[in-house]
Design a protein around this ligand. Structure first.
Ligand code: DX5
Ligand code: ZN
Length: 214
C-alpha cells in the first residue's frame, strides 16, 4: 500500500485555516486529519462539525475524522453530512462497536477503529471484517506535540497481521509524534497512513517535511 500522509489540522494556525489547508495541500499532503475532542473522552476540547462543514469546500483532499469523543454513534451522521471520508472512533468510547461501524458504512463513509496506547491489538479481531482502517495511537490521545511511544511498535505489527489475515484492504494508521525519525520505524512495522501535526506545521519547508515522511 502506498504511504499516505494525513496532516493534522490541530497544529494549524486557526486564524487562517483556509490558507493553512492550501499550504499543506500544495506541499503534497494526501489527507486532512480532523481531530475532534469532547473534554470527556480526552481532557481537551478542539473543534467540531461546524468547523468541518465550513472548511470542507476548501479541501480537495479526503478528510479523515478522528473522533476522540464518548459514545460517538451520536455524532457520526453529523460528520458524514459535513463531508468526512473516513470516520474513526475509539474502541474504548463505544458501547456497541459493531453498531457504530455499521452506521458509518450506511452513511457512505469508511470506518476506522482507534486504540489508546493501553488497549491491546487483540480487541480488533471481532471487528476486522468491518474495518477500512485501524488507528494505533502512538501517544495518549488529547493533544499534539507529544513524543512518540516506541512501545507501540509491536502493536502496529499485530494490527498489520490481523489486517493481512482478513484478506481485506485495511489501512494501518499511526497518530502521535510522527516525524522524519519515527516515520521509517512505523513504516517498517507495517503502518501505511501517517498522521502528523506539529512536525509538519512547524517545518520551514513543508514540502520537504511531507516528503520526509514517505
Ligand atoms: C492527538 C491527535 C493527533 C495530533 C498529533 O490526540 O489525535 O492527531 O494532532 O499531533 P503530533 O503529530 O504533533 O503528535
Ligand atoms: Zn488524531
Amino acid at each position: 500500500m502506498d504511504t499516505i500522509v494525513a496532516a493534522s489540522l490541530l497544529s494549524a494556525d486557526f486564524t487562517c485555516l483556509g490558507d493553512e489547508i492550501q499550504k499543506i495541500e500544495q506541499a503534497g499532503s494526501d489527507w486532512l486529519h480532523f481531530d475532534v475532542m469532547d473534554g470527556l473522552f480526552v481532557n481537551n476540547i478542539s473543534f467540531g462539525q461546524p468547523v468541518l462543514k465550513s472548511i470542507r469546500s476548501a479541501v480537495k483532499m479526503p478528510v479523515d475524522v478522528h473522533l476522540m469523543i464518548n459514545d460517538p454513534i451520536r455524532y457520526v451522521a453529523d460528520y458524514a453530512a459535513a463531508g468526512a471520508d473516513y470516520i474513526t472512533v475509539h474502541y474504548e468510547a463505544c458501547e456497541d462497536v459493531d453498531a457504530v461501524l455499521d452506521r458509518i458504512h450506511e452513511l457512505g463513509c469508511k470506518t476506522g477503529l482507534a486504540l489508546r496506547p493501553a488497549t491491546e491489538a487483540a480487541v480488533l479481531a471481532p471487528f476486522i471484517g468491518k474495518l477500512d482502517m485501524i488507528l494505533v495511537m502512538t501517544v495518549e490521545p488529547g493533544f499534539g506535540g507529544q513524543s512518540f511511544n516506541e512501545d507501540m511498535l509491536p502493536k502496529i505489527a499485530q494490527a498489520k497481521q490481523l489486517a493481512e489475515e482478513s484478506g481485506r484492504e485495511v489501512r494501518i494508521e499511526v497518530d502521535g509524534g510522527i516525524n522524519a525519525e519515527t516515520a521509517p520505524l512505523v513504516r517498517k512495522y507495517g503502518a501505511d497512513t501517517l498522521v502528523s501535526g506539529s512536525y509538519l506545521f512547524k517545518a520551514h519547508d513543508l514540502k520537504a517535511a511531507v516528503d520526509s515522511l514517505k
